[in-house]
Design a protein around this ligand. Structure first.
Ligand code: BES
Ligand code: MN
Ligand code: MN
Length: 462
């Protein structure tokens, strides 16, 4: 590829600055207070895609936030790459824990990013990673090296479950038709250890409510004589794991794909340092399902986690009270072959049965999605692998991730195409956490690597 490093050298300050402008828009999809900002972000993406050289770009309305669709078709005979990303971001809470304001991006250095990293909500997930594709497109178009057709579909509801994207995809199969889907919304092992994500976990997210007496009670007058919903809820939740940290919901593991010894041995070859892992999190031991390594626990094994729990009095000082209600939000990460709707039902049936007399239980499913595994013997994977070889000087390691992008399995079903996950983030980039950041080195490396993917993919498709 001609001149990509030269083009980067010349334009990198502008590339960084454009990303910073985008990060200033607080496009938090979960909080209605930011709805105008989310819409503003979609407009900014549309403009950026046109400036990068897309022939057409449109804002496609949905029942929720719009989807930005843009394309450049140079020859219907050539392959088509569909780029997916999201312009919405997670809420910044807890704001107090940010060292600089989440929507006032700042460049700071860290041990891992001595070249500097941009600190802002969405820097890595996913504005920074999505914008790498916009800038790679700009390079290919401006230097007359775009080797195939490109479509962009950038949504604004990924962080809240992509509720309207499924319908959009089903209604627009022709418009979205492609030969390969390319996404940068995952991570890589380390800056000197490139990796391609070959698996994502599925998800089932539910909220539970336990109700005891019809009002909050004096914990002295009634304590001991009526069921305390918080006591009951925590007991029910505790029973969802056994002493080996296996999940106790009947049928939960029935469809779990068990990896062969060889596959597990292959996985174990990926560089991983347990001491560093513990140190980075300030923990003195890891914790999880018996019989599996840390990397297996967070990728090929399903999980059940409480994400939030509340009820009763949590204000200053003490109040003696037995709450009428207790609540929790619970997520289950699922692995290939587990069906998220089936698991949600299994959870509901089991959790309702767990409730003792004296309380009632309500389970409300939120959102969910299927997991995904991609084979590595296809042109998409090969094209990506070769691209990393060129820009990193190393063959990337295929790696299953623990995170979820539910829409990927839907793409496969509706559009019949494979997805290649070229992630450039690091675990330490703190996505969804305070002080999220994205390394400038990673950002530029992404922009440098992506054009090679296109070139290789077109070559391999001939
Ligand atoms: N980009 C993440 C998913 C991710 C991150 C996958 C890193 C692999 C590595 C995405 O934006 C995300 O946060 N997904 C949610 C699920 C969604 C349904 C809210 C998640 O994984 O919690
Ligand atoms: Mn994301
Ligand atoms: Mn996310």
């Amino acid at each position: 590829m001609q001149e990509i490093s030269e083009y980067l050298d010349k334009n990198k300050d502008r590339f960084i600055n454009e990303l910073i402008q985008l990060l200033k828009i607080p496009s938090v999809s979960a909080d209605p207070a930011y709805s105008q900002d989310v819409i503003n972000a979609s407009e900014a993406i549309k403009t950026a895609l046109l400036e990068a050289g897309c022939e057409t770009a449109e804002i496609c309305e949905t029942k929720g936030y719009p989807i930005v669709f843009a394309e450049k078709i140079i020859d219907p005979e050539l392959p088509t790459v569909l780029v997916y990303g999201h312009y919405d971001v997670q809420p910044a809470d807890p704001i107090d824990l940010w060292d600089s304001p989440p929507f006032e991006p700042q460049i700071k250095t860290t041990d891992i990013h001595p070249e500097g990293a941009i600190f802002a909500r969405g820097a890595c997930d996913d504005k920074g990673q999505m914008y790498m594709h916009v800038k790679a497109m700009e390079f290919m178009v401006k230097t007359n090296q775009l080797p195939c057709n490109v479509k962009f579909m950038i949504e604004g509801e990924e962080e809240v479950g992509s509720e309207n994207l499924g319908q959009f995809v089903a209604d627009n199969r022709e418009k979205l038709a492609n030969d390969i889907i390319l996404i940068s919304d995952t991570g890589m092992i380390a800056k000197n250890v490139p990796s391609i994500t070959t698996g994502l976990r599925g998800l089932s997210y539910v909220e539970v409510e336990v109700t005891g007496p019809n009002r909050d009670l004096h914990s002295g007058l009634y304590g001991g004589a009526v069921a305390n919903p918080i006591n009951i809820l925590t007991k029910m939740i505790a029973s969802l794991h056994d002493e080996n940290n296996h999940i106790t919901i009947p049928g939960f593991y029935d469809k779990v794909e068990e990896l062969s010894k060889e596959e597990r041995a292959q996985m174990a070859k990926a560089p991983f340092n347990l001491e560093e892992y513990k140190k980075a999190l300030d923990i003195n031991a890891v914790y999880g399902e018996k019989g599996y390594t840390t990397n297996e626990r967070n990728s090929i094994r399903p999980t059940l986690d409480v994400n939030g729990i509340w009820g009763g009095y949590t204000g200053a000082g003490a109040k003696t009270v037995i709450a009428s209600k207790a609540y929790a939000k619970i997520s289950m990460r699922l692995v290939p072959h587990q069906d998220w709707k089936e698991i949600t039902e299994l959870f509901k049936t089991h959790f309702e049965k767990l409730a003792p007399e004296g309380v009632t239980v309500k389970v409300t499913p939120h959102h969910g999605g299927q997991g995904y595994v991609t084979p590595i013997d296809n042109n998409g994977y090969k094209a990506a692998s070769k691209a990393y070889e060129t820009t990193f000087g190393k063959t990337p390691i295929p790696q299953r991730s623990g995170g979820s992008i539910p829409i990927v399995s839907l793409f496969e079903n509706e559009l019949k195409s494979k997805t290649i996950l070229m992630g450039f983030g690091l675990d330490s980039d703190a996505i969804h956490s305070p002080n999220e950041h994205f390394g400038i080195w990673n950002y530029l490396k992404g922009i440098e690597t992506i054009p090679y993917f296109y070139q290789n993919f077109v070559e391999l498709s001939k």
